[in-house]
Design a protein around this ligand. Structure first.
Ligand SMILES: Nc1ncnc2c1ncn2[C@@H]1O[C@H](COP(=O)(O)OP(=O)(O)OP(=O)(O)O)[C@@H](O)[C@H]1O
Length: 251
């Protein structure tokens, strides 16, 4: 039984079947990649997992509890945290202030933008945020405006902001999209470090096969809304059905 169990999930948009009978089990403390050509249904599936979309049929269980019908913040409180394709940080705030937001939210059970102004007195929160920035190698940038950071560092900060919520399942939506190779490799190293340092399950949607094969222990290939194959990276690499789905090669 995986920490995440997706059973018979279907989702239609009008006449289009975006997800068709998706069955997927993600084992605890593994990195599971979901890959597939454009339009395969990857983002739709992720949106179902975080409560942004409700499937027409099927079930999604996280650690034995249904996520369906819950609001995104409730799913977040269950221990699922998502990193978006475009970094979701507050450009007007410093790196440290950004990092304090999820720590406040975790402590107070609410997102309180105004709390930032009173943050000087919140020694404990600042200390936690600084520790997190150190582990992310962002300590030197803590007083910089986050808008000025490189794309790689923005992503690093955003991943850290998710981790501050202490999720058990981290969902990554193309975490290296638009990055230069050096930033991509730094992000791979960061995710490996995170995986080594904590009990966490990672589900990643990614187009860059270098990232997928560097990180994933299991890979599910989605094509036209349904899982085509699920296997280890070695088996997936030369799989004729996968080549066919991506390249239109005949099997
Ligand atoms: N809100 C929506 N309304 C109508 N159709 C949608 C909606 N969201 C997605 N679709 C369609 O559902 C299908 C699956 O889209 P989805 O974005 O999940 O694919 P994807 O695998 O994430 O693709 P990509 O790799 O390009 O991001 C596509 O045909 C898309 O056009």
């Amino acid at each position: 039984m995986g920490i995440l169990e997706i059973k018979n999930v279907n989702k239609r948009f009008g006449g289009l079947q975006a997800l068709g009978d998706v069955n997927l089990s993600v084992a605890e403390n593994t990195v599971h990649a979901i890959i597939g050509p454009n339009g395969a249904g990857k983002s739709t599936l992720l949106n179902v997992l975080v409560g942004k979309l409700i499937p027409d049929t099927g079930s999604v269980m996280f650690d034995g509890q249904s996520v369906l019908g819950r609001k995104p913040y409730e799913i977040n409180q269950m221990g699922i945290s998502r990193v978006f394709q475009t970094p979701e940080i507050f450009g007007d705030l410093t790196v440290l202030e950004n990092m304090m937001i999820p720590i406040f939210a975790k402590r107070d059970g609410a997102f309180r933008m105004r709390a930032i102004g009173a943050a000087a007195s919140e020694r404990e929160v600042i200390e936690q945020a600084e520790l997190m920035l150190e582990s992310l190698n962002l300590a030197d940038a803590r007083h910089d405006h986050s808008a000025a950071m490189s794309r790689g560092n923005k992503r690093r900060l955003e991943i850290g902001m998710c981790l501050a919520q202490e999720p058990r399942l981290l969902l990554l939506d193309e975490p290296t999209a638009g990055m230069a190779r050096a930033d991509t490799n730094n992000t791979i190293d960061l995710l490996k470090q995170i995986k080594d340092e904590r009990d966490i399950t990672i589900a990643i949607i990614e187009h860059d096969m270098h990232v997928v094969f560097s990180l994933a222990e299991r890979i599910t290939v989605l094509a036209q809304g349904s899982p085509l194959v699920e296997d280890t990276p070695d088996k997936i690499k030369g799989h004729p059905k996968v080549r066919e789905a991506y390249l239109g090669e005949s099997a």
